[in-house]
Design a protein. Structure first.
Length: 105
């Protein structure tokens, strides 16, 4: 199942509309619509944001094919863009993932 199908399924289960997801994520509704219609995964920070709103781990939304050698680049980009918004616990988890301490990366 693709990441967007998982998001749509979770939205349906939780009765969250695209408009509500856009509002909670701070992303324009048109962008949310585009992300959900596309098979291409958006930036990691958006996936993390959606996962947080939907109450799942970001890894759940990512396909196994997404968890490859580019994980370091994706994570470091997310930290660079959203680093000020991360809690110390989230930063430590990302550091552990980058360092290869978690097997899901």
């Amino acid at each position: 199942m693709k990441w967007n199908e998982k998001v749509l399924e979770l939205m349906k289960e939780q009765s969250i509309s695209q408009k509500e997801l856009a509002k909670r994520s701070g992303i324009a509704e048109s962008s949310v619509s585009r992300y959900l219609k596309s098979n291409k995964r958006p930036r990691l920070d958006i996936v993390v944001n959606f996962a947080k709103i939907l109450g799942v781990k970001p890894e759940y939304l990512l396909d196994d094919s997404d968890m490859n050698d580019d994980a370091f680049t994706l994570i470091s980009t997310a930290v660079a863009r959203k680093g000020k918004e991360l809690t110390p616990e989230e930063k430590n988890k990302l550091i552990a993932m980058i360092a290869g301490m978690e097997s899901n990366v």
